[in-house]
Design a protein around this ligand. Sequence first.
Ligand code: UTP
Length: 292
Amino acid sequence: MVRKAVLPVAGLGTRFLPATKAVPKEMMPLVDRPAIQYIVEECVRAGLDDVLLVTGSGKGEIEDHFDRRLDLEAALADKGKQDELTAVRDLAHLAQIHSIRQGEPLGLGHAVLMAAGHVAAEESFAVLLGDDIIDPHEPFLERMLEAHDRTGRPVVALMEVPSDQVHLYGVADVEPGERDGEFLVHRLVEKPPVDEAPSNLIVVGRYVLPGAIFDVLHETPPGRGDEIQLTDALQTMAADEPIIGIRLDAERYDTGDKLGFLKATVQIAAQREDLGKEFLEWLRAWIEEREA
Ligand code: UTP
């Protein structure tokens, strides 16, 4: 059974500069929680309570966020701010958080390889990208874990995009699998021209991988951008035997991208019991005023 999650958070976040100069993009708040908290909560909901953060320089705030902060706790207790105290303290008990440094951001595959000392060679684990937010109402990671338990194969998350966008992503060459929304992935093609794309299913930031991926990553030479690409290692595995793709039909946002971040903020705010109604009323009025 899979129990460990690896969260690569060592990227430079260049798409969100200058905000990400001193603040990790994973710490950018979506309403009142940093993006990374939604990801750790997703892990915990799926039963993955051992979380390894693959961090880099300037990312210390992420570890701090999941640690105790005794001076703040004492101040909140003094002021009788019980709800805030609970919210701050509970974060330190959400999961067993571990961290390791990547040293140099040499690619997502290289970041995953950093987990080799934490995950045993025969153990499977999940990888969740720190800037990919999936609607928290969707038990998608659970579906991926179930597919991995059933097949023993690497499992990737797929999402349908309009054909004119496939050139921006890794695209999967698939045939239908055993279940609705499940596919056998024969090949992954990185950023193909529209007329050469094998489908309009792109790979997004959730993976369930067997420990065997580490040996494959060790042998994977730097690829696109001179980085060790996880996609290249998965391609090697898919060439031997198809890997599994599960289609995500729910909302998903790339919060490392400015527009994705704005959309995620609006959606999360709108779904909040304490804010949603008032926020949507304001948003509607704001739009109406501009359209008038
Ligand atoms: P991205 O390419 O989206 O992240 O990597 P980035 O490099 O930080 O962002 P931009 O493109 O410069 O804006 C996907 C995920 O992989 C992690 C990133 O932190 C992100 O969560 N990553 C990427 C690493 O941990 N290490 C790397 O060497 C590269």
